[in-house]
Design a binder for this molecule. Sequence first.
Ligand SMILES: Nc1ncnc2c1ncn2[C@@H]1O[C@H](COP(=O)(O)OP(=O)(O)OP(=O)(O)O)[C@@H](O)[C@H]1O
Ligand SMILES: [Mg+2]
Length: 252
Amino acid sequence: MLEVESVSKAYGHGAERVVALADVSLTVTEGEFVALVGPSGCGKTTLLNLVAGLDGVDAGRILVDGATPSASERLTRFGYMPQQDMLFPWRTVLENVSLGLEVLGVGKREARRRAAELFPQFGLGGFEHRRPHELSGGMKQRASFLRTYLLGRPFLLLDEPFGALDAITRAQLQSWLAETWNRIGGSALLVTHDPHEAVALSDRVYVMSPRPGRITNVLEVDLPRPRTARAAETAAAHRLIDALRRQTEAIE
Ligand SMILES: Nc1ncnc2c1ncn2[C@@H]1O[C@H](COP(=O)(O)OP(=O)(O)OP(=O)(O)O)[C@@H](O)[C@H]1O
Ligand SMILES: [Mg+2]
């Protein structure tokens, strides 16, 4: 379970000082999929970086299962899929996907074996030895997701995984993730700009204000699980999406 308690964060000093987050609190209990929506620059990536342990908070606390691990201890707790896909162009897709495991000390051969096993499930079968530029945008995101998933961490931080894709590919990947999630389970904190994506995938949505980011609203998504590709097409889902759209438009 993750508890972010009254966390604040600023960058720079004096006239350069930017307050990215002001008194942000949120909770993700075990097995929950939680979304965070908010305008560009409101501090969403900052929040994920703090949770992941890439940076320290100025004020507030980050609790994991009731304890307060240091930032460096948190580095090993979360699977983090960053906003940029970070695939190295000179490595094959398989080499890219297995890289996270290799960094953790798993032997090259074993890391590649474990990664290769999952290629078909992630819709990447046959592309093991291609380079990233030979993949579609959606495939790159699935490869990046697979690299994160392979770390075997039960809590994923996903930073706009489909943000750079066209609308049709994004909708396809949302369905794919909803169904993949039914299989792999775990907890997640997803950053997204897209109210439809937030509702389709999550159990709860936190809405953030423009910078300095604060939580301005919380919406419970009471749709049945396991989710299917059509989960967000019901009348109940549309009401939630409309409500979320009004809230995010009101603050942008
Ligand atoms: N390392 C840093 N050094 C200085 N300023 C930073 C740093 N990281 C973020 N900021 C600033 O903090 C604010 C929040 O940035 P952040 O990347 O968290 O926003 P975001 O909500 O993820 O935006 P987007 O939706 O565009 O990805 C911005 O004003 C940004 O310029
Ligand atoms: Mg961001």
